[in-house]
Design a binder for this molecule. Structure first.
Ligand code: 3H9
Length: 694
């Protein structure tokens, strides 16, 4: 039963009981209506308290029901709220922990609201690409005023209940026990004769509503570029301001129905569930015991090691930072301090917090100081021999049960684990640069990695606010293995007729944060060169364009050398198209007799994105990723794939795998077509008319 009904001396208590967050799915909605009606028909009942069991009042509409018949089946949320609002007996919403989206809208339909302090109050629908669709755009401005409401609606940001004490939303902030306070309040208002107040009857007072609405539109312009929801939120609020509650409600309804079907909303919901799904590992049950992580050590105080250390320190976990030379150690610590000072200057960190964080750092040159660490993250030079030395040493000094993690981005975690006598304690923790900023953490599961090690690292990732995605062992793991195919296509297209700026422009227009050539210039072209040199040895059959090698032979490693695919000016990160490079490319084609043709932007985008999709499908088939949404989370959080497209695998589903397969087969028949060996799993899904996400 999704709703409980109890009575307490003249008061009925209707309790939402639909774990984990009392989502307002069909059975919960029906249960609320049944509860209110039961209370109406019981003459002994004078008032009704509506509340939530467990960890929320309500997290809102059940998102999993969207675009299914259940979403529109009666009683809809609008009907439920109408039943609550038109109840002759007063309804008091007793709110604790979370009242979000439809949950807040339900509470706004009640005659009175009491909240416990610390409850998160929000209309976060915009973050799912929709707008509050059960009266929120109409009732919240009437409850707390136009400006505060519009800010909450277009940002989706939660506000703590106590911050809303004088806002007009709550009749009382309960200082003691919420249930007791709600019952006392209910008995009092239950003794009064009605009618009881309705938020819908309040007026929206604002000296210059039209001006503020225009201001709100201007403020959301940047985020609304690729998302239709923010403007629709404003449209609905504006309609209510100009034409009254009922007309506003009609506009809200119309906008909700349209938005819930947009690809942008689908993408945002996919990311919402994808983030949560990523933390679940199929054969590691959620109740797997975890190891206690009180102290962390990081080996290497370079850019990566320093950034990694900051993550733990930010979460209040003490870190011992180890380097081999005093000078490197001092430099690493100074860089961390500089980073924090910059945050203080931006007003995002208090000066005393800076000192508290620095105090959590213990620099050392001695491995003996690592013996108390519960987790040791290695971030040293990316070479197996160097890793071997570190891991052999760690095996000697680390305490039993300590987790030994490598930040390798390319090396075989199983080989690294084999340098120790405790491969079950070894795992990959692949942070992305800058490690204190980037959300993504690839957790690399070795053949022998213990389940409790994985469970511990996933839990810790949440604590340090990373999106952790598990990858099996393979060259490049999920992200870099896919990006290699993408770069390969980008280079082939240079050989076939495109130029770097055209390729970058096309994919950036598609929504990528940065095209492949600007990205390579930032990361350093020498890194890709080193990987290709290794490939030429290990996989001589794999065919690469050599045009990037030419660039590197000219010493054009990117921003750090003042030139790469583009030219750069000192102190300026702008990428200026380079005449010399363009001539080099055209000359290379003439020399190798590669015919050049005009390549359209559509082809550029298709080849780049489908190269990710095809490799992603292979990664799924091999079990390197356990689900398609994991791959999408890697690309959304680590590689600048446009959020509004939901990641490469969801994008492929949107295009349709039948169309994806046809395009891949078409490219396979063109020059450089050997790079397009279609993933059998993709072809199978296409034949079955299915997608990666069902
Ligand atoms: C809406 O209300 C539309 C209306 O305006 C109009 C309708 C007509 N539905 O985040 P957690 C699941 S739109 C379904 O790890 P926390 C979540 O997937 C809705 N499922 O917990 C996860 O499942 P699992 C507007 C939901 O304590 C589990 O609950 N509301 C929903 O860190 C635990 O989630 C929102 O956008 C849902 N609404 O945080 C609120 N919410 O265990 C979205 C959660 O299988 N939710 N789940 O992985 C949140 O922001 C957080 O979940 C919340 C709890 C703060 C509530």
């Amino acid at each position: 039963m999704a709703v409980d009904y109890t009575t307490h001396d003249g008061v009925a208590v209707v309790t939402l009981n639909n774990p984990p967050v009392n989502g307002l799915g069909l059975s919960t909605r029906a249960g609320i209506v049944a509860g209110i009606e039961r209370a109406q028909s019981d003459p002994a009942i004078r008032a009704i308290v509506l509340t939530g069991a467990g960890k929320a009042f309500s997290g809102g509409a059940d998102i999993t029901e969207f675009n299914t018949p259940k979403a529109t089946q009666e009683p809809t949320l609008a009907t439920v709220i109408q039943v609550v609002e038109s109840s002759a007996k007063p309804v008091i919403a007793a709110i604790h922990s979370v009242a979000m989206g439809g949950g807040l809208e339900l509470a706004l339909g009640a005659h009175y609201r009491i909240a416990a302090p610390g409850a998160q109050i929000a209309l976060p629908e915009v973050k799912l690409g929709i707008l509050p669709g059960a009266g929120g755009t109409q009732r919240l401005p009437r409850a707390i005023g136009l400006e505060a409401a519009l800010n909450m609606i277009v940002s989706g940001t939660p506000v703590l209940s106590e911050k809303l004490t004088d806002s007009g939303l709550f009749d009382e902030i309960a200082q003691g026990d919420l249930a007791e306070a709600a019952l006392t309040f209910a008995r009092r208002v239950g003794a009064q004769t009605g009618p009881h107040p309705k938020v819908r009857d309040r007026k929206i007072e604002h000296p210059n509503a039209a001006g503020f609405i225009q201001f709100a539109r201007n403020s959301v312009a940047a985020i609304a570029k690729n998302f239709p929801a923010p403007h629709k939120c404003i449209d609905a609020v504006e309609a209510g301001v100009q034409n009254g509650f009922d007309k506003g409600l009609a506009v809200e309804r119309e906008c909700f129905v349209a938005l819930v079907q947009t690809p942008e909303s689908r993408a945002l919901r996919h990311a919402f569930f994808g983030e949560r799904a990523a933390s679940k590992i199929p054969d590691v049950p959620s109740d797997t015991p975890t190891r206690d992580i009180q102290r962390v050590a990081v080996i290497g105080a370079g850019t990566m090691g320093g950034g990694i250390a900051m993550n733990f320190v930010n979460a209040g976990i003490p870190v011992t930072l180890l380097e081999t030379k005093q000078e490197a150690l001092d430099r690493g610590i100074a860089t961390i301090r500089k980073n924090y000072e910059a945050t203080v200057r931006k007003g995002r960190l208090k000066p005393e917090a800076l000192e508290q964080r620095m105090a959590l750092l213990t620099p050392t040159l001695s491995y003996d100081d690592l013996k108390d660490a519960d987790l040791i993250v290695e971030a040293v030079f990316e070479e197996l021999g160097v890793k071997e030395q570190v891991f052999r040493r760690l095996d000697e000094v680390a305490k039993p049960g300590a987790i030994l993690a490598s930040n390798t981005s390319t090396l075989d975690v199983d080989r690294i684990a084999a340098f120790t006598k405790r491969p079950q304690d070894v795992v990959g923790m692949h942070f992305f640069s800058p490690a204190n900023v980037m959300k993504l953490l690839e957790v690399v599961r070795g053949e022998h990695t213990a389940k409790d090690v994985l469970a511990t690292v996933m839990k810790l990732a949440k604590k340090i606010r990373k999106t952790a995605v598990v990858s099996g062992v393979c060259d490049g793991f999920i992200g870099n293995r896919m990006i290699e195919q993408y770069i390969r296509q980008a280079l082939f297209m240079l050989e076939e007729g495109a130029l770097p700026a055209q390729v970058d422009r096309a994919i950036e227009k598609f929504g990528f944060a940065m095209g492949p050539f600007r990205m390579s210039d930032l990361a350093g072209n020498d890194i890709g060169w080193a990987i290709r040199k290794r490939r030429y040895q290990e996989q001589p059959d794999m065919h690469y364009s050599k045009v990037a090698d030419r660039l590197c032979e000219l010493g054009r490693f990117g921003q750090k050398t003042g030139g790469g695919w583009y030219d750069y000016k000192a102190g300026d990160r702008t990428a200026y198209p380079s005449k010399a490079v363009d001539e080099m490319i055209v000359g290379y084609c003439a020399e190798t007799q590669a015919p050049r043709r005009k390549i359209g932007d559509e082809e550029i985008v298709e080849r780049l994105v489908l190269s990710l999709v095809n490799e992603g499908a292979k990664i799924l088939e091999e079990g390197i990723a356990s689900k398609a949404s994991d791959i999408d989370m890697v690309y959304l959080t680590g590689y600048g794939f446009p959020l509004y497209r939901g990641g490469p695998m969801l994008y492929a589903d949107t295009v349709g795998l039948y169309n994806v397969e046809r395009a891949i087969r078409r490219y396979a028949a063109q020059p450089n077509g050997d790079a397009w060996q279609i993933a059998p799993g993709l072809a199978k899904l296409a034949a079955e008319g299915r997608g990666f996400n069902g």
